[in-house]
Design a protein around this ligand. Structure first.
Ligand code: UD1
Ligand code: UDP
Length: 375
């Protein structure tokens, strides 16, 4: 039973739900917590996945404690009713942690998809670094996107049940990005892709709430005001905290398009056509390099060092002047841009779901152990 609740978990788990359903020996169940409501439903629609169970927990401005406690209570009922042999959780959200803890309370095996990412700073990203560490203590199987993620777990004395699979987000991208794609969001068909540099922006992380988010938005404003050759496109997350900060510091700036969250297929195709990406998102740090787009990360650190090492991702931090300087370098200096704009795939070859399904079948004595994915 795959358990997920937020937009990024859904984008990365829907391809797996489908892969599991395609295997004769597996009954693939899907339980959503709906920690996100609209942003989750949009992904389920794009991938045509229909949940077997829906906890429907989201409330406006929800706290970490309410998400966790509502997930735990709801999961009791779902596990009792659906009786899964294994629960799959993804990544590092509150849904992930509560899903794994609930599985443990019911003595159900746990597979952790996107296991082994670390910053080693328990407050950054907050609460995600702690969520993924706690899930590592509970899980039975670990599906690591990269060799580096596996090494992180081995350093924590986790030695059994480790697989390097690639990241399922690359599987998702393979199905969504199409040449000649026409956007349902009409505004996106008319962006000046050839004449101007389209910068795709997202920002939502809890540890950026307050001063860092203010600095980021003032930096974006400055970049737009000083560079007439750019257009910023920012699909704004539905979090009221984020939307308030956007209204206060960014709205009204020239050349900034503030739009609603995009369906995943629209987002991926926009990324494929943009000039560069500025983001504090985890998922975008994996997708943009695969599409050959430079990424400036609006955070102090990253748990995804692979693309930094490959040269397509740079940490821009959360200081206004630093962000402006780094962005303007990529906008104005062709060589600096060319050095970052090459496609790299440290996060997978699009076959992560197949490896994960094979590993689960092997675990239950029904097939060969899959070989590790080596980038
Ligand atoms: C959550 C995850 C974060 C992940 C992010 C992806 C936790 C603690 N955080 O953060 O790891 O990177 O999702 O986007 O698990 N809202 C809506 N509709 C939606 C979604 C959100 O209205 O479809 C609003 C609600 O008011 C909600 C708020 O956004 O209370 C915040 O959502 P929440 O899931 O608590 O936190 P995120 O910042 O989205
Ligand atoms: N995404 C999307 N629509 C948007 C913004 C993001 O479909 O308007 C996708 C994005 O391409 C990536 C995922 O959502 O696949 C990232 O989710 P998010 O940034 O919310 O969370 P994070 O990855 O930081 O946990």
């Amino acid at each position: 039973m795959s358990v997920f609740g937020t937009r990024p978990e859904a984008i990365k788990m829907c391809p797996l739900v489908k892969e599991l359903a395609s295997r004769e020996e597996i009954e693939s169940l899907c339980c959503v917590t709906a920690q996100h409501r609209q942003m989750l439903d949009s992904v389920l629609e794009v991938f045509d996945v229909k949940p077997d169970w829906d906890l429907d927990i989201m409330t406006p401005r929800q706290t970490l404690s309410t998400i966790t406690s509502k997930c735990l209570t709801g999961m009791d009922e779902a596990i009792d009713a659906l009786k899964p042999d294994m629960i799959l959780v993804h990544g590092d959200t509150s849904t992930t942690f509560a899903g794994a803890l609930s599985a443990f309370y019911h003595q159900v095996k746990v597979g952790h998809v996107e296991a082994g990412l670390r910053t080693y700073d328990k407050y950054s990203p907050f609460p995600e670094e702690m969520n993924r560490k706690l899930v590592s203590s509970i899980a039975d199987l670990y599906f690591c996107p990269t060799a580096n993620n596996k090494a992180n777990l081995q350093r924590e004395a986790i030695t059994d049940g480790l697989f390097i699979t690639g990241n399922t987000v690359i599987d998702a991208l393979k199905t969504t990005v199409q040449s000649g794609y026409r956007f349902a969001t009409e505004e996106l068909n008319h962006l000046p892709y050839d004449e101007k540099k389209i910068i795709l922006v997202t920002c939502h992380r809890r540890e950026n709430y307050g001063e860092p988010m203010k600095n980021i938005f003032l930096a974006l404003r400055e970049i737009a005001e000083r560079n007439s050759g750019v257009e910023l496109v920012y699909p704004v997350h539905l979090s009221p905290v984020v939307r308030e900060a956007v209204d206060k510091y960014l709205r009204g700036a020239p050349r900034v398009h503030l739009i609603d969250p995009l369906p995943a297929d629209e987002m991926h195709n926009l990324m494929a056509r943009c000039y560069m990406v500025m983001t504090d998102s985890g998922g975008l740090q994996e997708e943009a390099p695969a599409l050959g787009k430079p990424v400036l990360v609006l955070r102090r650190e990253t748990e995804r060092p692979e693309a930094v090492e490959a040269g397509t991702v740079k940490l821009a931090g959360v200081v206004q002047d630093d962000i402006v300087t780094m962005a303007e370098r990529l906008i104005q200096d062709k060589n600096a841009y060319a050095q970052m704009a090459h496609a790299v795939n440290p996060y997978g070859d699009g076959n992560a779901c197949r490896r994960i399904a094979d590993a689960i079948l092997w675990y239950f004595g029904r097939g060969e152990k899959p070989a590790d994915y080596l980038a």
